[in-house]
Structures are given as structure tokens and as C-alpha cells.
Ligand binder design. Structure first.
Ligand SMILES: Nc1ncnc2c1ncn2[C@@H]1O[C@H](COP(=O)(O)OP(=O)(O)OP(=O)(O)O)[C@@H](O)[C@H]1O
Ligand SMILES: [Mg+2]
Length: 285
């Protein structure tokens, strides 16, 4: 990584374009109107260990749902089960499509996209190439060929949205951590994901990057269905519209931020016996 590239990466840090954000939410509303995620009796077992134990979850379009819970609560496993990466039983429906038992690539085609706790972009490829590949993944060959001559509109728009236009030709490997997460979100947008499941998207981000990411998710969440797994309580308090608290593979509590913070069982799990209501769920690690 050269010094030049590093400084270019630094310069575009935390610059999300408000106009581009407008563009991304300007998609016809009707495409999203009937979208919602409905999970019923979800169960995941690993060699006899029940990691997810009968979870129900309903997330509607326009909601910005946070999934929280102590380490090992089953948050990532739920995302894995919804996206076809963990074998599960129960029912998972999105946009009227039953997802359980479908291979992961079909779930992507049903409009479901996810990010991982560790960013999983192709480091050697440019930002643009990463987006281009994501955009092409759901398309038929003739469309792909027709669009080779220039940058497809949705890719250009995603670049603007995630604030990485100036770094389009830079290898993704030189991006700052936060920028890689934004690139991943951009890849979901060009894939046309209508349900986005984001696993700890702001972990390791600076305060400014978190703020920008929250704004980005809020706008995306106006039309798409967004589920965010997160430990960062300040981020949750600022941006969550609703919260599901998980503990040992089960739903412990659900509601608004204020409701779950006031729930004694949440206080108990996070702060331990005798901690009282003070700072309820306020200092969750
Ligand atoms: N492939 C696997 N094989 C066996 N056990 C697993 C597997 N994946 C997860 N687990 C176990 O399932 C439980 C839930 O794990 P999961 O990763 O979903 O937790 P999490 O809520 O995402 O935690 P964290 O906040 O640490 O990311 C843990 O006890 C974990 O050890
Ligand atoms: Mg996890």
C-alpha cells in the first residue's frame, strides 16, 4: 500500500453524499411495500448444542431492528440460518417466499443480503470491481454483456451512496475498516437486497464513521427491511427503531429501546444480579 493511496483513503473518510442517499431511497415504493421478515420457531442445533431455540421474529419494511445479546446469544447463527449458511428448522419467510432449506444463492436471489462480522470484500480487486461483481451476480448474461461498456447506473449510484466514488479504482484492500463495511453495504444495494442483515457493522469504526453509518442505515431502512446485530449501545440508542434482545438462543425481550432498557430481565442478563435498574442495558459490552 503506497502513501498516496493511504492519504486518498483518508480524505474520503466519512463523506457520504446526501444527494446520493436521496437517490437510493427514491426507488419506486411499490417494490418494497409487501416486504417483511417473518421468522417462526427457528431452531439451530450444532452437534446436540441448541444455539437458537425457538426464535420468533417479525421485522417490517421501514423498521430498523437491532438484535442484541451477550456473546454466544445466537445472533450470528440466526443471520446464518436466515441466509442459508446454517441448517435450521422452523419457518423463515421474506416477501412471501419461504427461505428454509433453500441454498444460499437462491436466498440472495429472493432479495436477502448480509454482511459478516469480518468484512469480506475482495482485497485485490478495486472498489468498482467489487461492486460490479455484486451487481452482476443476480443478472443474466445478456444484461451483463450489454452493460460492460460503462459503469452501470446502480453501481455508480451505490458508489456515491457509500461515499467511495473517489476510491472507485483503488484496491479494496487499502480501504479503512469503516470504508470496507460501506463497500459491503454498497454490494448489497447493487445486488438489490430488500432485506439487509448486518452483523456488527460499526465494530471498530471511529465515532464519525458510526454516525455516518447510522445515517446511511436509517435512510436505507426507510424502504428496505434492515436488521442490525450490534453491541454498541450508543449506536443502538441513536439509530434503532426497535430492539430484540437474545439470550442463550431465545428472545429475552423485544420493543423500543426504552422498553428493553427498562426490562428487568435485560438488566439482569447484562449487568448481573444486584445491579439494579440504574443504567439498564446502558453499558452493555
Ligand atoms: N459452527 C458452529 N459449531 C458449533 N457451535 C457453534 C457454531 N457456530 C456457533 N456456535 C455456538 O453457538 C452459540 C451462538 O453463537 P453465535 O455466533 O450465534 O453468537 P453471537 O450472539 O453472534 O455472539 P457474538 O456476540 O460473540 O458474535 C455459541 O455458543 C457458539 O459457540
Ligand atoms: Mg456474532
Amino acid at each position: 500500500m503506497s502513501d498516496d493511496t493511504t492519504s486518498a483513503a483518508d480524505e474520503v473518510e466519512v463523506q457520504l453524499d446526501p444527494q446520493a442517499l436521496e437517490a437510493v431511497i427514491a426507488a419506486p415504493e411499490s417494490r418494497f411495500r409487501h416486504d417483511y421478515l417473518e421468522v417462526r420457531g427457528l431452531r439451530v442445533e450444532f452437534d446436540g448444542f441448541v444455539a437458537v431455540d425457538g426464535v420468533d421474529l417479525t421485522v417490517t419494511q421501514g423498521d430498523l431492528r437491532f438484535l442484541i445479546g451477550p456473546n454466544g446469544a445466537g445472533k450470528t447463527t440466526i443471520v446464518d440460518a436466515i441466509t442459508g449458511l446454517a441448517r435450521c428448522s422452523g419457518s423463515v419467510r421474506f416477501g412471501g417466499v419461504d427461505l428454509v432449506g433453500r441454498p444460499a444463492h437462491r436466498i440472495v436471489r429472493a432479495g436477502v443480503g448480509r454482511t459478516f462480522q469480518t468484512a469480506s470484500v475482495f482485497d485485490e480487486l478495486s472498489v468498482l470491481q467489487n461492486l460490479d461483481i455484486a451487481a452482476g451476480s443476480g443478472r443474466r448474461l445478456p444484461t451483463l454483456l450489454r452493460r460492460r461498456s460503462g459503469i452501470p447506473d446502480e453501481v455508480a449510484q451505490a458508489l456515491e451512496t457509500i461515499g467511495l466514488t473517489a476510491l472507485a479504482d483503488a484496491p479494496a484492500g487499502v480501504l479503512a475498516h469503516g470504508q470496507k463495511q460501506w463497500l459491503e453495504i454498497g454490494m448489497l444495494l447493487v445486488q438489490d437486497a430488500r432485506l439487509l442483515l448486518l452483523d456488527e457493522p460499526v465494530a471498530g469504526m471511529s465515532h464519525a464513521e458510526r454516525e455516518q453509518t447510522g445515517q446511511l442505515l436509517r435512510r436505507i431502512g426507510e424502504q428496505r427491511t434492515v436488521v442490525v446485530v450490534e453491541h454498541d449501545m450508543e449506536f443502538l440508542r441513536t439509530f434503532a427503531s426497535s430492539v430484540t434482545v437474545l439470550h442463550q438462543g431465545r428472545v429475552l425481550s423485544e420493543g423500543s429501546v426504552a422498553q428493553v432498557q427498562a426490562d428487568p430481565s435485560v438488566v439482569e442478563v447484562y449487568l448481573g444480579r444486584g445491579a439494579g435498574a440504574r443504567g439498564a442495558a446502558g453499558e452493555v459490552a
